[in-house]
Write a protein that binds this ligand. Structure first.
Ligand SMILES: *[C@@H]1O[C@H](CO)[C@@H](O)[C@H](O)[C@H]1NC(C)=O
Ligand SMILES: *[C@@H]1O[C@H](CO)[C@@H](O)[C@H](O)[C@H]1NC(C)=O
Ligand SMILES: *[C@@H]1O[C@H](CO)[C@@H](O)[C@H](O)[C@H]1NC(C)=O
Ligand SMILES: *[C@@H]1O[C@H](CO)[C@@H](O)[C@H](O)[C@H]1NC(C)=O
Length: 296
């Protein structure tokens, strides 16, 4: 009996796990598309060189790759790089305190990973490619983790695993709080306002920072004095949003619907825009013509 149960739970874990803790495919695709569209020619060229041929020069087609391989034996070390667990109710991020894996492995969190892969990519432009590192993987990891760090619930509380253990309903179907932020809000927005057309949703986001209400903020979003620590700022923003909007007024077992959707949707859209704009800022600095020499 026990044997059977463990097999059952193992299977269940295999089925359920892949969805856990990841901006949905849609979120990552949009973030990367926004970023790629904003690359300067030199950086755009470098990205194309780094992508495998089968990507056809399309960064966003591979931005979910780190989610696909995180359970492979070879890449198990990456699984804690997708998020940050902060102390329950602290509503703050402290790199020294929080950026480690469950076994205490230092820097093993999404902010540490962004630093790591940004500095690895820095070697590419300077022709000092280090054989220890695979630059294609560095590009894909950086692009993916810049999305993750902007998803507020990826910087969440430890005991509920960033909202993963807060089961609830999203309108009529079962979900959990983490997944609501990874995917449900994006899909509901696409369904309600864009006839489920993700490309139309993406264009709406892009319009809102090229000519719409976010235009005046774009420069401040891109501000980053020290490229090795800017990820800490993004993580701090996320945990604040998680507290003020994600967890706020949510009880396990309840049904979230219009009221939650209408107030949180603008935040999700803004985070996708910020993630994409900031990814382009980093790629332009690291791979562009005025590449920052302090990195290599
Ligand atoms: C790039 O890939 C994404 C994700 O697979 C896809 O939605 C998009 O249409 C592709 N873009 C082009 C120009 O093929
Ligand atoms: C940085 O990347 C290397 C592989 O390229 C890996 O061994 C190391 O664990 C990574 N560290 C972090 C914090 O991402
Ligand atoms: C770099 O990583 C990619 C993706 O995992 C892989 O396809 C490629 O063969 C690797 N390149 C080298 C030189 O190991
Ligand atoms: C874009 O801005 C308009 C006007 O403020 C707003 O109604 C719409 O929801 C925004 N779209 C997205 C995807 O953020």
């Amino acid at each position: 009996m026990t044997r059977l149960y463990s097999v059952f739970f193992l299977l269940l874990a295999l089925v359920v796990e892949p969805g856990v803790r990841a901006w949905s495919k849609e979120g990552h695709v949009m973030t990367c598309q926004i970023a790629q569209d904003l690359l300067e020619p030199e950086a755009a060229h470098a990205v194309k060189m780094l992508l495998p041929d089968y990507a056809n020069g399309n960064l966003s087609s591979l931005c979910v790759w780190p989610d696909q391989i995180r359970h492979w034996y070879k890449y198990r070390w990456t699984s804690s790089l997708h998020f940050i667990d902060t102390p329950d109710q602290a509503c703050s991020f402290d790199y020294q305190r929080d950026c480690h894996d469950p076994h205490g492995g230092e820097d093993m969190c999404v902010a540490g990973a962004i630093q790591n892969f940004t500095s690895q990519l820095g070697h590419f432009r300077h022709g000092t490619s280090d054989r220890r590192y695979n630059m294609t993987e560095a590009l894909l990891f950086l692009s993916h983790f810049m999305g993750d760090i902007h998803q507020p619930m990826h910087v969440g509380f430890t005991s509920d695993m960033g909202g993963n253990s807060i089961d609830l309903r999203w309108f009529r179907h079962k979900s959990n709080l983490h997944h609501v932020w990874d995917r449900e809000i994006i899909l509901t927005a696409a369904a309600d306002y864009h006839g489920k057309d993700m490309h139309s949703l993406l264009q709406d986001i892009q319009r809102n920072f090229t000519e719409g209400s976010w235009l005046q903020h774009v420069e401040s979003w891109k501000e980053c004095d020290d490229i090795s620590t800017c990820a800490n700022k993004y993580a701090k923003e996320s945990i604040k949003l998680a507290c003020n909007w994600g967890y706020k007024d949510v009880e396990s077992g309840e049904t979230l619907s219009d009221k939650y959707f209408n107030t949180r949707m603008p935040i999700v859209m803004k985070r996708i825009a910020q993630g994409g704009i900031r990814l382009s800022m980093i790629l332009n600095r690291v791979l562009g013509s005025s590449a920052d020499h302090s990195l290599a």
